[in-house]
Design a protein around this ligand. Sequence first.
Ligand SMILES: NC(=O)c1ccc[n+]([C@@H]2O[C@H](COP(=O)([O-])OP(=O)(O)OC[C@H]3O[C@@H](n4cnc5c(N)ncnc54)[C@H](OP(=O)(O)O)[C@@H]3O)[C@@H](O)[C@H]2O)c1
Length: 309
Amino acid sequence: MFGKKKQIPQIDKEQLALIKYAEKRIKQKKRVYIHFVIFLIGSVFLIIANTILGIGKDTKIFGLDWFVIAVVLWLSLFIYHFITVFITHSFMGKDWEDQQLELLVAKQQERIEKLKQEYLKEEKEIAKSEAYNQAQDKPTTSEKKKTEITIIVAAGENNAIGKDNDLIWHLSDDLKRFKSLTNGHHIIMGRKTFESFPRPLPNRTHVVITRQKDYKAPDGVIIVNNLEDALDAARRDPQPFIIGGGEIYKQSMSIADKLEITRVHHSFEDADTFFPEIDKSIWTEVSREYRKKDEKHAYDFTFITYLRA
Ligand SMILES: NC(=O)c1ccc[n+]([C@@H]2O[C@H](COP(=O)([O-])OP(=O)(O)OC[C@H]3O[C@@H](n4cnc5c(N)ncnc54)[C@H](OP(=O)(O)O)[C@@H]3O)[C@@H](O)[C@H]2O)c1
């Protein structure tokens, strides 16, 4: 029942290829032979058809009986067949094919090797320049990411931004602008600002900074213990927004690339939280859009964008 396993004869790939090739050659030679026999019989038939049966007796091509032309054409075809199988094959046969293939593979390998060398050279150059930049304290290629840290704030003429952990005004168009600018981005904020929201804002990733180690927040809200970790949590975002409040604005002015200010044209004297002074030698105004007060907006205001000079 559990007898010895039958040995299966093993033929390696090369042997198999040779056998297949030999079979192909035999078939080709057989076809030449069959062609020759058919040619002989066919020619005899054409001669009989014309000379004995009288088919196309009066038909001449270039002054010759048509069967002569037909036999010559057929003979040429047979000779071509013969030459392809027996003569051309001798110098363009399998060995020639293998040789060509080897040449092709060698050429490809040479190209790959060249490309590899070029790639390694390039990598070395990049590594060298990154090391140099690091030594010079310059940002490296990988660090020179296109992240634009943006501070967004609405502030009165006296830089007031809030009172009793709440905003002092309600400006519908300002909220709309805030929503559209921050939509889909990380919004970084201090714990107090976070707590001033009734609930997390939709379609934004909240990053909340607190010194409390066990601060609890709803699912999806990222809690960090300092500003560096907040920026790290948002590192894949090309434009993370710092949305306040006063303490966080103060700490992030030096690392921001852009300021999106809504300047509310009124001085709010009873405010308890303020935005830092904008140093015009550091910040360049790049756009400004004025809005007049109306039934939805109790104050005139201006959207101003600054970029680090
Ligand atoms: N007008 C506007 O555009 C605007 C925007 C946002 C906010 N606001 C207003 O601003 C006011 C809130 O601002 P705020 O200055 O009082 O508070 P905040 O900046 O929102 O949050 C302060 C809290 O952040 C945490 N924190 C700050 N620096 C930290 C650090 N380096 N490391 C770890 N945690 C740190 C601390 O949390 P823990 O105490 O938990 O440690 C701190 O108490 C509210 O009135 C709000 O309405 C206005």
